[in-house]
Write a protein that binds this ligand. Structure first.
Ligand code: IPM
Ligand code: MN
Length: 353
C-alpha cells in the first residue's frame, strides 16, 4: 500500500519519540512491501517561534493532502508561565482538530499483564480491563463562546444535534464491533447540554438493538473507572469530560507513555499519543516511545493493515516482557534503556520476524 503521512513532531519530547515511531513504520514498510511517504511539518511552540502561528497554513495543507497525520505533542513552559502570551502552542492543537474536523477521539484503555504492578490500583481489579473512551473533540466548552474581563468570565458548553448524533453513531458502531456495551457519560442531572446528549442517545438506541446502552453521570464514572474498570466496553462522552477521564484512565495502564489514540472525522485522520510534550525530559533520551509507536500501529490498522499493526503490538509486548523499558516502568534492578534503545529494540524485533 502507498500512504502519504504528514509527520508533526511538535515540541518537547515530540521529535525524539517521533523518530522511533518513524523507524518502526519504516521497518514495517520494508517487511510488508509498503511505500510510506513522510511529509514533515511544524506546529506548536516552535511554529510560533518560526512563523508566529502554532498551526500554520502550510502545515494545514500538508495534513489535508496526506492520507493520515502522525502527531507527537505540543506545549512549552515558556508559554505556560506567561499569562500575557497572545498565542499558545495548545491553540495549534485545537485549531488542527477543528480544521481537520476531527470530532471523534478514540482513546483505548488496556492493561499489559507484566505492568499491572505499576498501576497504583489493585492488580485484581485491573486484570483484563479493556475498554475505549470515545471523546467528542471539536465541541463543548473548548470551542463554545468565551468571555473574560477582570470581574467576569465564562465558557459555553454548547452542543448541537448533528454534533451529538455523529459522535454517538461512532460510539454505537464501535460498541457493535466490540462487546456491545455502550456507556454514555454525562451530567444530565445538572447540565442542559448533557440532557440533549441523553435524549438523542435514547432516540438512537433502537437503531442498535444488540447494544446494551447505559447512562452514567461523570462524577460516578470517574469513580467507577477506577473501582470497576472491567465493567466498561465503550464509553462516549463530551470534550471536557473525556479530557479529564482519559488522564485518569491512564493510571489503569500504568504509564501515560503507553497510551495511543486516534482522532477521526471529516478530513485526514490523526494518530497521537495521549500524553503531552514533557518539556523537562526533552533531549534527555528518557521518554517512553511506546505511545507513539502504538499510535503508528493504530494508523496502520485504520487502513486495515491489521497484520502490520499486530506485529507492532507483539513487538511492544515483547519489549515489555524482556524488561527493555524506559525508567518510569522499569523493574527494580532492570537495565537502563532510553527512548532510542527501546525504539531500536522494537525495530530489531520486527526485523527478526
Ligand atoms: C489532550 C490535551 C489537550 C486537551 C490540551 C493540550 C489542549 O490535554 O489532548 O487531552 O485538553 O485536549
Ligand atoms: Mn488531556
Amino acid at each position: 500500500m502507498k500512504l502519504t503521512i504528514a509527520i508533526l513532531p511538535g515540541d518537547g519530547i515530540g521529535p525524539e519519540i517521533m523518530k522511533q515511531g518513524l523507524a518502526v513504520l519504516e521497518a514495517i514498510a520494508k517487511k510488508f512491501n509498503h511505500e510510506f511517504i513522510y511529509n514533515e511539518a511544524i506546529c506548536g511552540a516552535h511554529a510560533i517561534r518560526e512563523v508566529g502561528d502554532p498551526f500554520p497554513e502550510q502545515t494545514f495543507k500538508t495534513c489535508m493532502k496526506a492520507d493520515a497525520v502522525l502527531f507527537a505533542a505540543v506545549g512549552d513552559p515558556q508559554f505556560d508561565n506567561d499569562p500575557t502570551a497572545k498565542v499558545r502552542p495548545e491553540q495549534g492543537l485545537l485549531a488542527m482538530r477543528k480544521k481537520l474536523g476531527l470530532f471523534a477521539n478514540i482513546r483505548p484503555v488496556a492493561t499489559f499483564d507484566c505492568l499491572l504492578h505499576k498501576s497504583p490500583l489493585k492488580e485484581e481489579l485491573l486484570r483484563g480491563a479493556d475498554f475505549i473512551v470515545i471523546r467528542e473533540l471539536t465541541g463543548g466548552m473548548y470551542f463554545g463562546e468565551k468571555y473574560q474581563d477582570n470581574n467576569k468570565a465564562y465558557d459555553t458548553d454548547i452542543y448541537t444535534r448533528p454534533e451529538i448524533e455523529r459522535i454517538l453513531k461512532v460510539a454505537f458502531e464501535y460498541a457493535m464491533k466490540r462487546n456491545k456495551h455502550l456507556t454514555v457519560v454525562d451530567k444530565a442531572n445538572v447540565l442542559a447540554s448533557s440532557r440533549l446528549w441523553r435524549q438523542i442517545a435514547k432516540e438512537m438506541e433502537p437503531l442498535y438493538p444488540e447494544v446494551t446502552t447505559d447512562y452514567m453521570f461523570i462524577d460516578n464514572a470517574a469513580m467507577r473507572v477506577l473501582t470497576e474498570p472491567r465493567y466498561f466496553d465503550v464509553i462516549v462522552t463530551e470534550n471536557t469530560f473525556g479530557d479529564i477521564l482519559t488522564d485518569e484512565t491512564s493510571c489503569i495502564t500504568g504509564s501515560m507513555g503507553l497510551q495511543p489514540s486516534s482522532s477521526l472525522g471529516e478530513h485526514t485522520p490523526l494518530f497521537e499519543p495521549v500524553h503531552g510534550s514533557w518539556p523537562q525530559a526533552a533531549g534527555k533520551n528518557l521518554a517512553n516511545p511506546i505511545a507513539q509507536i502504538l499510535s503508528a500501529a493504530m494508523l496502520l490498522e485504520h487502513f486495515r493493515l491489521n497484520r502490520e499493526g499486530k506485529l507492532i503490538r507483539q513487538a511492544v509486548d515483547a519489549s515489555l516482557e524482556a524488561n527493555i523499558r524506559t525508567p518510569e516502568i522499569q523493574v527494580e534492578g532492570g537495565g537502563n534503556y532510553g527512548t532510542t534503545e527501546v525504539g531500536q529494540w522494537i525495530v530489531d524485533w520486527i526485523n527478526n520476524q
